[in-house]
Design a protein around this ligand. Structure first.
Ligand code: ANZ
Length: 840
């Protein structure tokens, strides 16, 4: 702990039954390179791994086969572990744990108790996504277009008593503290949008015959004089009492239909907006004008007040609705015409004065301030901040999750004392959901029936379990001291190791996992359990790896391939052409196009798809390792392209990097397999030092910047250069192997030992750049005549054009090709090329 620390973490995997996928090692290789690099840089590195092992698949498998989820999980973890070990990741395996270990979930339950004590965990009757087939409630993010994410079964909305976590109490801090972390801007923006802070005002509209006003939420109180109707959501509480008798039937019917639609369907922008009139009118407080009250499903009950004032002149949706139902439109902000669409831009207020108040001639920004002050003064409105963020639905009706440390006594709930943790999962006979909405745990009487440890009175255990998100909310803290017994994390070690310096994982976690983990971290911060405001200082998302490119060609009925040039002519002549898939190794890549090796035919399309079992394009990393070795897999995954980009797999690409590693081996090894090493004990020349130090600079900067693909290129380029040397000085060879080692540790260790070392290179100091070798003052410039290389000159990097052209012309071979011809143009691309264009 006297050295500087570096904590580099992977988003830990869910150990699924299908084993490791080539997508996993992408991020893991990246973190492993950084971990190895930082160790060599002298840091004390924390690089752990574990398993996010609760979850639905093991439970579904248990329902089908009766296998205990714990057994399935153990088997899958063993499989994942052995696969990861084959890839040579330098994890600290002593710290490994699974979220399903009672010794771990004891503290997950402890954190829940703390949330409960602080009033941040509460029960509420909420409309939830009920999936009758899975017999369970799903979180919003587990529902896609009205169907369960897993399995695609129909989901309906029904009210149920659930546990909720009050993440909304932390909305502002979750928003503000994004400024403290070094994350990609797009991820921060996704988090901001998810939290969705919006500043506006609530305004009271009186309704004839009702004592209490209808409150609307608006972000544009400046447009109050342009409010020509009001809209309530179909679920608006109190709607019944204001529907006029003659409109009741239509309104009821409309509300019933709305209940069947998802929020997404209701608010989709391109969808036609529908609604019904209630027969009632509301009074606009700024001018006492009566405006009709409508009901429409694009207004959501769960946002703001569930009621809006509609300003068709300045809101697109309101405009569309007003046109459809022939409601009046009144412009109150000048600056654009409103005869075809709403004017949503800035401008000056107009038509905005009454006997009560005037905001005419003000700009939008001042009008908002002015009218809100007036509303507050008159007691008919107030400033209000709203968030899109909702409290977190925290209970699941499943077996394979952390039990909630709660009992129910006489109709109230109560937490169990810390000393009773962990509350372990009991053995069950059947894992099938009870189908009544209760967890399988509810069927185990011996477990459910218990006593209140405080009073001895009969009590019943809470049978809901935590969602899978829970275990991944704080695992990064447990790695710091996984065996710590007196709290979730050892405070001294926490102060040393936190925050996580680099966190890498898939972009699919850009919102929820990171938001939930940040929320818990802030609660733990308030409890004094952690010392940093944020858990993850630097975040990076790796891009998905797609299947191999699928290339398609056109062919005739006899199967012969058709050249792209002939496609139009043949089709015009009435010939029926079909498409056929061809394999990538029958082609060459020319620019962006693929061309058949033995023909000019051009591939019609080249597309890559997400890997999936059904498409049959899943690549198993074991197969790659068996054929090319772990280093080739690691190196290829880094060489494919920028880490954050989506990119197709290519076995040809693996073969390519594997050939490079073969060249490294033959060049540097001592010839034990009959080949001769080029390594020699001798002093390096300035040119060799310059080559080496430019490579050290590039590889070092690229690792720090997570640009692994260009770091690999630099290593490849240096080997090319070195192969032109008469031999390789041993000191240069050693430095090169150290630079390569984070990427290809197995090969590097082997060569290192053959270079005469008998301890691992893992803790060797990282090669340092010597600036004096970086200034490359002279460059070699190729000289062309009509595009053909005829020689080269060595010049100062900053030599002026005249001088370079003179030197180029005086080369004998160039002079020969210029002899007796008219030079039409002379081009010098500084530091690279000279070209003379001559008349033929
Ligand atoms: C009048 C108005 C005039 C509005 C105008 C906008 C433009 P954000 O930024 O998302 O908070 N709104 C309020 N509650 C709603 C609900 N439950 N369902 C659907 N829409 C609702 O947006 C707030 C704006 O969205 C509010 O401001 C309201 O329309 C609408 F020129 O009020 B506005």
């Amino acid at each position: 702990m006297d050295r500087p620390k570096f904590y580099v973490l992977d988003m830990f995997p869910y150990p699924s039954g299908s084993g490791l996928h080539v997508g996993h090692p992408e991020g893991y290789t990246a973190t492993d390179i950084v971990a190895r690099f930082k160790r060599m840089k002298g840091f004390n590195v924390l690089h752990p791994i574990g398993w996010d092992a609760f979850g639905l698949p093991a439970e579904q498998y248990a329902v089908e086969t009766g296998t205990h989820p714990a057994a399935t999980t153990r088997k899958n973890i063993d499989q994942f572990r052995s696969q990861l070990k084959r890839l040579g990741f330098s994890y600290d395996w002593d710290r490994e744990f699974a979220t399903t270990d009672p010794a771990y979930y004891r503290w997950t339950q402890w954190i829940f108790l703390k949330l409960y004590e602080r009033g941040l965990a509460y029960q509420a009757e909420v409309p939830v996504n009920w999936c009758p087939h899975l017999g369970t409630v799903l979180a919003n993010e587990e529902v896609i277009n009205g169907k369960s994410e897993r399995g695609g079964y129909p989901v309906v909305r029904v009210p149920m008593l659930q546990w909720m976590l009050k993440i909304t109490a932390y909305a502002d801090r979750l928003l503000d503290d994004l400024d403290l972390v070094d994350w990609p801007e797009n991820i921060k923006e996704m988090q901001r949008n998810w939290i969705g802070r919006s500043e506006g005002a609530e305004v009271d509209f009186m309704v004839e015959g009702l004592k209490t006003p209808i409150k609307v939420y608006t972000t544009r109180p400046d447009t109050l004089f342009g409010a020509t109707y009001m809209v309530l959501s179909p679920e608006y509480v109190g709607l019944d009492s204001l529907v006029h008798e003659s409109y009741r039937e239509q309104v009821d019917e409309y509300c019933k239909a709305a209940a069947l639609k998802s929020e997404l369907e209701r608010t989709a922008l391109q969808k036609e907006k529908t609604g019904v009139f209630t027969g009632s009118y509301a009074v606009n407080p700024v001018n006492e004008e009566q405006i009709p009250i409508w009901v429409a499903d694009f207004v959501l009950a769960s946002y703001g007040t569930g009621a809006i004032m509609a300003v068709p002149a300045h809101d697109e949706r309101d405009y569309e609705f007003a046109r459809r139902y022939d409601l009046s439109i009144r412009q109150v902000v000048s600056g654009g015409r409103i005869d075809e669409q709403a004017w949503t831009g800035d401008g000056t207020l107009e038509n905005s004065a009454s006997h009560l108040v005037s905001i005419d001639n003000l700009d939008v920004e001042s009008a908002i301030v002015e009218i809100t002050d007036w509303l507050e003064g008159a007691g008919v409105g107030a400033r209000k901040v709203n968030y899109k963020l909702r409290d977190w639905l925290f209970s699941r009706q499943r077996y394979w999750g952390e039990p909630l440390p709660i009992i129910h006594v006489n109709g109230t709930h109560k937490s169990l004392p810390e000393s009773m943790l962990p509350i372990e999962l009991p053995e069950v006979e059947s894992y099938s959901p009870t189908g009544t909405g209760q967890s399988p745990l509810a069927a185990i009487d011996e477990w459910v029936n218990t006593v209140d440890p405080e009073t001895g009175a009969p009590a019943k255990r809470e049978t809901n379990t935590m969602p899978q998100w829970a275990g991944s909310c704080w695992y990064y803290l447990r790695f710091i001291d996984p065996g710590y017994e007196t709290g979730p994390v050892n405070p001294d070690l926490e102060r040393y190791w936190m925050p996580v310096d680099l966190y890498i994982g898939g972009a699919e976690h850009a919102v929820l996992h990171l938001l939930y983990a940040r929320f818990w971290h802030k609660v733990l911060f308030d409890l004094g359990v952690v010392s940093t405001a944020e858990p993850f200082q630097r975040l990076f998302n790796q891009g998905m790896i797609l299947g191999e490119l699928e290339l398609t060609c056109c062919c005739r009925s006899d199967g012969t391939l058709v050249s792209a040039d002939d496609v139009d002519a043949l089709t015009a002549a009435g010939e029926e052409l079909t498409q056929t898939r061809i394999s990538e190794d029958k082609t060459r890549k020319v620019g962006d196009k693929f061309v058949l090796k033995d023909d000019s035919s051009i591939v019609v399309s080249a597309r890559a798809f997400k890997m999936s079992k059904s498409r049959g394009n899943v690549v198993n990393p074991d197969v790659v390792v068996d054929r090319y070795g772990a280093d080739s897999l690691r190196l290829f995954e880094m060489f494919m392209g920028p880490l954050d980009q989506v990119k197709p797999w290519s076995m040809r690409g693996v073969a390519g990097v594997s050939r490079f590693l073969g060249r490294v081996w033959r060049y540097f090894s001592d010839g034990g397999d009959g080949l001769h090493s080029r390594v020699e004990e001798r002093a390096a020349t300035d040119d060799e030092m310059s080559e080496l130090h430019r490579t050290i600079r590039k590889v070092t900067d690229d690792i720090e910047g997570l640009r692994f693909n260009t770091a690999v290129s630099a290593l490849m380029e240096m080997l090319n250069a070195a192969q032109k040397w008469r031999s390789c000085p041993k000191s240069v060879a050693e430095a090169y192997i150290l630079l390569l080692s984070p990427f290809a540790p197995h090969l590097a260790e082997e060569i290192w030992s053959r270079l005469g070392h008998n301890v691992t290179l893992a803790y060797e100091p990282w090669p340092e750049v010597e600036e004096r070798y970086l200034t490359k003052s002279r460059v070699e410039v190729a000289v062309q005549v009509n595009g053909k290389v005829r020689g080269s000159v060595i010049v100062d990097v900053d030599a002026d054009q005249e001088h370079v052209l003179d030197a180029a012309r005086s080369l004998s071979n160039v002079a020969k090709h210029l002899q007796g011809k008219e030079i039409r143009r002379s081009v010098y691309v500084p530091g690279r090329i000279v070209n003379f264009v001559v008349a033929p």
